[in-house]
Design a protein around this ligand. Structure first.
Ligand code: GDP
Ligand code: CA
Length: 310
């Protein structure tokens, strides 16, 4: 069985871990979000690709959900001693090595997809991880703080904790980006597509904004797992992203936003029992990824649901 999963970072990676357990024989291709990517200290940092790679490869900081386990912060402290920032983005010593390797390979002319493959040679995540595009896409957020200005998504998300309302959110460069090699082929070859509980705006939404990806996915059986449970994001600030694009923070509104052309099936939590969306089959079950076993059960249910809809 061939499965394609367009994924962001933490939510996407945790779901993928459950999916691997539920379908150990499946060939899973992950299309990773690169809109969160940022250049810091001259290094190219790809938070979502790395979160998937570290989580599935056994190197993640489990409590935090991002960054390396057994991390130290000597480089960060030394940079701060020089007065060189930003200090609000957490980069540990072990993590720095990943960004150095990536930046060195990019400078040598390798595309991000080839760099990601090389990094995965070490981590062996057990899935094929492809960035959505090799072109540069960066999500920018317009805030009114106090003057209207655009900031990088990470500055809004990490430094401002999305507490300053976003006037708009734009994946800059997406309209001119091409899907990375292998992305469209993987979708075409897929038996089914699962949308994990990733951020529907700045993770899945950004991937869908790369021309060609959305229409390729629409031709497939797609089942999505709602990231909104009982009218709230389970963790994080996805509500701030949805508000910025004029979508209510509800399981129903997110499904409506994806639309019946994309979604065949939508899974909602028991807290959202009774949710109905025109043109989309809805299934209700517990959706909290409390541990690996619970997450694998969610993935198993999604696979069965997709099989019914095919
Ligand atoms: P990313 O979008 O995959 O980078 O990961 P984030 O962790 O930023 O976003 C994941 C989204 O999934 C969050 O916005 C939450 O709304 C949602 N989420 C987090 N944990 C759970 C969970 O246990 N179950 C469900 N259904 N959604 C979750
Ligand atoms: Ca993300």
């Amino acid at each position: 069985m061939k499965i394609v999963v367009p994924a962001g970072g933490i939510g996407g990676a945790r779901f993928l871990r459950g999916l691997k357990q539920a379908a150990p024989e499946a060939e899973i291709t992950v299309i990773g979000n690169t809109g969160d990517d940022i250049s810091l200290f001259g290094l190219r940092v790809c938070p979502d690709l790395d979160t998937v790679m570290y989580t599935l490869g056994g190197g993640i900081n489990e409590e935090q959900g991002w960054g390396r386990a057994d991390e130290t912060f000597a480089v960060k402290e030394e940079l701060a001693a020089y007065g060189v920032g930003p200090g609000w983005f957490g980069l540990g010593d072990r993590d720095f090595a990943t960004h150095i390797v990536r930046t060195q390979m990019l400078a040598a002319g390798y595309p991000l997809s080839a760099v990601t493959e090389a990094l995965c040679d070490r981590w062996r995540p057990g899935v094929r991880l492809i960035p959505m595009t090799d072109d540069q896409v960066e999500t920018h957020v317009v805030i009114a703080d106090p003057d209207r200005r655009a900031v990088h998504f990470q500055e809004w998300w990490v430094r401002l904790r999305a507490a300053t309302p976003a006037l708009s959110i734009t994946p800059v460069g997406a309209a001119d980006a091409k899907p990375a090699p292998g992305v469209l082929d993987a979708i075409e070859a897929a038996d089914l597509v699962l949308l994990p509980p990733s951020n529907p705006v700045v993770s899945v939404g950004t991937i869908l904004a790369v021309p060609g990806i959305r229409s390729a996915l629409e031709a497939k059986t797609v089942v999505g797992i709602s990231p909104i449970v009982g009218g709230a994001p389970v963790r994080g600030m996805a509500d701030a992203c949805l508000t910025a694009i004029g979508v209510q923070t509800s399981a129903r509104a997110v499904a409506g936003h994806y639309g019946p052309e994309l979604l065949d099936g939508w899974m909602v939590d028991t807290a959202d029992e009774g949710t109905a969306v025109e043109g989309i089959a809805v299934q209700t079950r517990p959706l909290l990824m409390t541990d690996l076993a619970a997450t694998a059960e969610i993935a198993r249910a999604a696979l069965e649901f997709a099989a019914e809809l095919r």
